[in-house]
Design a protein around this ligand. Structure first.
Ligand code: 5GP
Length: 203
C-alpha cells in the first residue's frame, strides 16, 4: 500500500497554514512536503521546515537536474515540490500534503490523477483581505499582487475534487481530516488487507 498525495490549494495561499498545522498534529501517518522557494524568508520562518530557501540560480539548477515534481512562478517567486521527498513519504505508506498553488496542483493532477485534491476557500474576498492584512507578512505591493491574483485562483475551485470553506478553524480542520481519512478507505488502497480476507474465504 502506498500513501496518498494530498494536494491543498487556496487563493493567495491565505489562511491555510494554521489549518495544515492542525491536520499534521491530529491526523496520524501524514507528512508535509517542504517546498523549495526563491522568496525571501519571513520573520519566524525556519529554513528546511517552512521552505527550503534557495537563490534563483540554485532553483534553476534544481530544475535542470529534474528535482521537481512540479514548479511554478507564484506571486513573482519560484516555488517547487521535491520529487525525492514525495516519493520517500508515499513509499513509506504515509500520506503527504502538498501545499501548492493552482498551477502546481494542475500539473501534478495531470500526471497523477489519483492524487486527492482539496481547495480551501476563504468565507469571502473581504475576509481573505482582512486575513492577509492581519498576517502582515507582505509589503503593500506584494499584498496587492496576491489579492489581484486571488480573483483568477478562486475561479479554479472546480479543478479540485473537494472544497473546504475556511470560516471556523475547528470545523474546517475536521472537514479536512475527514476527507483525508475517508480517502484511505478507498478499496484500491486496502488491497493487501482485502486480499488476505478474500483468501480466507477460499475453499
Ligand atoms: P507563501 O509565499 O505565502 O508561502 O506561498 C505563496 C503561494 O505559493 C501559496 O499559494 C502556496 O500554496 C504556493 N506554493 C508553496 N509551495 C509551492 C510549491 O512547491 N509549488 C507550487 N506550485 N506552489 C507552491
Amino acid at each position: 500500500m502506498k500513501g496518498n498525495l494530498i494536494i491543498i490549494s487556496s487563493p493567495s495561499g491565505g489562511g491555510k497554514g494554521t489549518l495544515i498545522r492542525e491536520i499534521l498534529r491530529t491526523v496520524p501517518d501524514i507528512g508535509y512536503s517542504v517546498s523549495y522557494t526563491t522568496r525571501k524568508m519571513r520573520d519566524g520562518e525556519v529554513d528546511g521546515k517552512d521552505y527550503i530557501f534557495v537563490s534563483e540560480e540554485k532553483f534553476r539548477e534544481l530544475i535542470e537536474n529534474g528535482e521537481f515534481l512540479e514548479y511554478a512562478t507564484v506571486h513573482g517567486n519560484f516555488y517547487g515540490t521535491s520529487v525525492a521527498q514525495v516519493q520517500k513519504e508515499i513509499a513509506g505508506e504515509r500520506d503527504i500534503i502538498l501545499e501548492i498553488d493552482v498551477q502546481g496542483a494542475s500539473a501534478v493532477l495531470k500526471n497523477l490523477p489519483e492524487a486527492v485534491s482539496i481547495f480551501i476557500l476563504p468565507p469571502s474576498f473581504e475576509r481573505l483581505r482582512e486575513r492577509l492584512i492581519k498576517r502582515a507578512t507582505e509589503d503593500l505591493d506584494d499584498l496587492a499582487l496576491r489579492l489581484r491574483n486571488s480573483f483568477d485562483e478562486v475561479k479554479r475551485f472546480d479543478e479540485f475534487k473537494y472544497a473546504v470553506i475556511n470560516d471556523d478553524l475547528e470545523t474546517a480542520a475536521n472537514q479536512l481530516a475527514t476527507i483525508i481519512i475517508a480517502e484511505r478507505l478507498n478499496h484500491t488502497r486496502q488491497m493487501t488487507a482485502i486480499q488476505c480476507i478474500l483468501d480466507s474465504f477460499d475453499d
